[in-house]
Each structure stands twice: as structure tokens, then as C-alpha cells.
Write a protein that binds this ligand. Structure first.
Ligand SMILES: [Zn+2]
Length: 405
């Protein structure tokens, strides 16, 4: 451990302790909000599970910032010959667990990291809206969904407070759409056409804007995330066809996506396709798995044991996931400097195999020289600020981490 890491570590411990002392009991309700979500990618092995409910109240609750801080990305052009920052973009699909919001915000606070929560829209629908069947997924009966709704009013309020806190601290909110329909419960993303995506996104924004009315929660706090600040997302199970999705993204003012499996092996710089920034989900080599995998929590799990709950194997899987992150980092940091995507759910799958390695990776790397853990939108702003030729040169570099060393 280098001295600055030791100091960072001590500061981290102090901050966590302070956070507990100051914030425990403030706004801590009884539970994780809103059910977790399900699978990603490989459409045949979809997992539909609820996020683990928790009754623990022993974790810190982050306080909202007085005002949203400026970006943590220096918005400057690269000088000739200057290396690009190593961006790491952490994102969490579903974004409906009070405990995980607070844990990751606490770690991000220690390392000046920002991350992105992709919200499942029906996590804002409480029991009244659920019972009134206000959500209709394209091709499904009113009210049906592959994930749970948001729960009772106190859990919706907790979720709204978490979203407000995250946004106020510089984190980003995007969309994970609504009902999490995939190939296990068709029609889902792979079958939907533009009209279906329009219906799905239109309802997502309706829920974000009108959740208080839809639920009848007139006394609840307002959601302070401006709808105009929701600019991208990830489709459930990484499903969906580009040509069907793109018109819907544009109709709703979205500017980026991070769903489409990369059409090449390895990690490369994002590209702008038809006006939309595509942050491809990369296929990388995993030294621990000794094979290629989509670099996402559920996919690691599917490759590891077929996505079976096997908590006794959690230490091994955590180590494999962390090792894969390290491999990705080594190849990009010392190579093409393409942004690394750490793409997770807030779920505690396989005995909590995925949150600890993501959290450790955030702790270890985000404070490093030349490394910036940023939101999607801030990385886009940085890319668009560069001279076009500089950006084109970055994008022209070969993908890395796409083969065994
Ligand atoms: Zn999902």
C-alpha cells in the first residue's frame, strides 16, 4: 500500500464513522426500497429476482449537498501528445436499494467519484399506482411487470430521497426503462419496435414527472432530478435493436445509450452513431474465468455457475470479478485509455458477489493519478470538447482486454 493510499484509507474510515454518527437515524427507514431487477444480456438465462429486503438500519445515510457540485472532470482539451484521463464509469441498473445507494455514495465521497443510477421507472409506483395498473408494458396486460413495484409509500419516499441526494451530490440518473421485460417473458426488448419503445419511455418519463399524482402521495417530497437531465440508459437484459431504439431515444431527448453489446472484442472509446453516443457493453477476457464474457455482473455470474444462488462460492466469484476489473484497468490505463464501464445492479446476487468488488475497485482506483470516475454525461461533455481529430485518434485505437494475455 502506498502512503497516499494509507492516508486515503484512514480518511475513508473517519468519514464513514462520522457519517454514521451524524446521519444514522436521519431518514433511515426500515428497508431497501423497490425490488431489484433482473438479468442482463444473454437472453436465455434471465433471472427475475427481488432485491434483498433488509431491515438493517446500521448504515449511514448520505446527506444531500447544498447545491449540485461542478463536474469532477476537468473540461479542458488535450494538448498534443497528452494522455487522456482514464475514465471509469460506474453504473447501477434498477437503482432501487436504499442501502446500496448509501454505501456507494459514501465510497464515492471518499474518492471524488461520480456514478450513474439507471432507474427502473416502476420503482416510483407505490401500491395505489400498482393496484390501479397505471403501467402497461408493450404487448402485456396492464399492471404486469417482470420486477416488483416500489412498495408502500415510505419506501417510495425513501427512493425519491435517495435519487435527490444522489443528484445533489453530482451523480447521474438515467433510465433502466420500466417493467424489465426480456426474452424470458416476451414480448420484450428484442421484439419491441419503435412504437413500443416510445410507449415504454413515455411511461418512464410520466412516472418520473407524475409519480406523486399517480400514487396520490400529495404530501411526499418532490423529486428534484430534472427530467431534462435524464439523457440515457440501459435496456433490461441489454435487449433491443438499435434501429428500433434510436428514433425513440431521439423522441425523448436522450443522447446516449449503454446497452448494445460491442460488435468487437475488448474495450474501445465510445462512438457517436446517428446522433447518439453508444457506450458499448464490452466483451472482455476474464483471467479468473479463463474465457470471454460480457463485462457485467449478471453475465459474470452466468459464466461462473449458470447464475445459480450459491452463496458459499461468493468469495471465489468476488475475486474473479475483481481480477477481471484489474485486467480491464491494466490494459486500458497502460493502453488506449478507453473508458471502463463497471455495469452492475444493486442486487446481492450469489451471496453479494458483485457489490464488494465494485466498491473495492472504486476505492482503489478512483483516487489514482490520472483516473477519474465520472458520469456518462460528463464523459460525453469531455469528448465533445476535444478537437475532432484528437477524439478520432482516440477512437481509432485498437480495443484492449479482448483476449488472453
Ligand atoms: Zn436489469
Amino acid at each position: 500500500m502506498r502512503p497516499q493510499h494509507l492516508i486515503l484509507g484512514l480518511v475513508a474510515v473517519l468519514m464513514v464513522v462520522t457519517g454514521v454518527l451524524v446521519y444514522q437515524g436521519n431518514q433511515v427507514t426500515s428497508a431497501a426500497t423497490a425490488g431489484g431487477s433482473s438479468a442482463t444480456s444473454s437472453s436465455t438465462d434471465v433471472f427475475n429476482g427481488q432485491d434483498d429486503p433488509t431491515t438493517a438500519t446500521t448504515f449511514a445515510t448520505m446527506a444531500p449537498a447544498a447545491s449540485r457540485p461542478a463536474s469532477n472532470v476537468p473540461m479542458t482539451k488535450l494538448e498534443p501528445g497528452q494522455q487522456a484521463p482514464q475514465f471509469i464509469i460506474f453504473s447501477f441498473d434498477g437503482a432501487g436499494s436504499h442501502q446500496r445507494w448509501n454505501e456507494f455514495m459514501a465510497v464515492a465521497d471518499q474518492t471524488n467519484a461520480r456514478f450513474t443510477g439507471f432507474l427502473s421507472g416502476i420503482y416510483l409506483l407505490g401500491d395505489p399506482a400498482k393496484n390501479a395498473k397505471v403501467y402497461t408494458a408493450p404487448g402485456h396486460q396492464p399492471g404486469k411487470a417482470s420486477i416488483g413495484y416500489g412498495g408502500p409509500e415510505d419506501e417510495i419516499v425513501t427512493e425519491v430521497n435517495d435519487l435527490n441526494t444522489a443528484y445533489s451530490r453530482g451523480h447521474e440518473i438515467g433510465t433502466h426503462y420500466n417493467g424489465h421485460f426480456c426474452s424470458d417473458a416476451p414480448p420484450g426488448g428484442n421484439q419491441w419496435v419503435t412504437a413500443d419503445w416510445n410507449a415504454e419511455l413515455g411511461q418512464f418519463f410520466d412516472f418520473v414527472e407524475n409519480w406523486k399524482t399517480l400514487n396520490g402521495y400529495s404530501d411526499a417530497p418532490d423529486l428534484q432530478v430534472p427530467v431534462s437531465e435524464i439523457k440515457g440508459g440501459r435496456t433490461p437484459c441489454l435487449e433491443g435493436k438499435w434501429d428500433q431504439l434510436a428514433p425513440a431515444w431521439k423522441k425523448y431527448g436522450l443522447t446516449y445509450d449503454s446497452s448494445i453489446p460491442a460488435p468487437y472484442n475488448g474495450i474501445a472509446w465510445p462512438e457517436k452513431r446517428d446522433g447518439i453516443w453508444e457506450f458499448y457493453m464490452p466483451q472482455v477476457y476474464s483471467p479468473g474465468l479463463e474465457k470471454m464474457t460480457t463485462a457485467m455482473d449478471y453475465n459474470f455470474w452466468a459464466q461462473f455457475n449458470g447464475a445459480q444462488e450459491e452463496p458459499s462460492s461468493a468469495p471465489e466469484l468476488r475475486s474473479i470479478v475483481k481480477g477481471t476489473y484489474e485486467f480491464m484497468f491494466d490494459k486500458t490505463y497502460n493502453g488506449n485509455r478507453a473508458p471502463i464501464l463497471i455495469a452492475n445492479h444493486f442486487n446481492k446476487w450469489n451471496g453479494d458477489s458483485f457489490n464488494p468488488p465494485a466498491m473495492d475497485f472504486m476505492k482503489e482506483k478512483c483516487g489514482m493519478e490520472g483516473v477519474i470516475c465520472a458520469t456518462y454525461q460528463d464523459v460525453i461533455k469531455w469528448m465533445e470538447l476535444q478537437d475532432p481529430q484528437v477524439l478520432a485518434d482516440l477512437q481509432a485505437q485498437k480495443p484492449v482486454a479482448g483476449q488472453a494475455p
